[in-house]
Design a protein around this ligand. Structure first.
Ligand code: RTP
Ligand code: MG
Length: 158
């Protein structure tokens, strides 16, 4: 009797440039900017500056998950306020791709405090205040990878 052997396949996640070092960053459009109806205009600025949207979702963080995301700021005086604010309404989370993604994106969003942000930056145009500053941008390639994985699996990135 012939024995049929089924070949087993290993399914690897599709390889995209998004997995290469330095080419991805992570962003959130923060609750007040989403509530103000600025999500489309902000995404338009990101794409217009050459960032490709690899992954995107609208989601509301629980206080616990916002606290985990911003754990690095746990000792800062604004931590409680930050966690409350970031869990106060839905956000858009996104993974973006471009050469030098992290540093180019930090330049595009501008300084944390919109009064110090350069003309043409997203925070200059859309931020309400230093706390409610419209968008998040990762501050290192390592954090970009960690933050992207906090929200998205490989199957959600294209
Ligand atoms: P982000 O992480 O959101 O991209 O902002 P960032 O690097 O420019 O600033 P960071 O120092 O990491 O602070 C994280 C967020 O905390 C809020 N914040 N409030 N009230 C305050 O003095 C104060 N300072 C910071 C902001 O929402 C800031 O983006
Ligand atoms: Mg930061």
């Amino acid at each position: 009797m012939r024995i049929l052997r089924f070949q087993t396949h290993t399914f690897a996640a599709p390889k995209t440039q998004a997995s290469m070092a330095g080419t991805i960053t992570f962003t959130m459009i923060k609750p007040e900017a989403v509530a103000a109806g600025n999500s489309g205009a902000i995404l338009n600025k990101m794409e217009g500056a050459g960032f490709r949207i690899v992954a995107l979702k609208k989601i509301q963080l629980s206080a616990q998950r916002a606290g985990k995301f911003y754990e690095v700021h746990a000792e800062r005086p604004f931590y409680g306020e930050l966690v409350e604010y970031m869990s106060s309404g839905p956000i858009f989370a996104a993974v973006l791709e471009k050469e030098n993604a992290m540093s180019d994106f930090r330049a595009l969003i501008g300084a944390t405090d919109p009064t110090e942000a350069a003309d043409g930056t997203i925070r200059k145009e859309f931020a309400e205040s230093k706390a409610k500053n419209a968008v998040h941008g990762s501050d290192s390639d390592e954090n970009a990878a960690l933050e992207a994985s906090f929200f998205f699996s490989d199957l959600e990135r294209f």
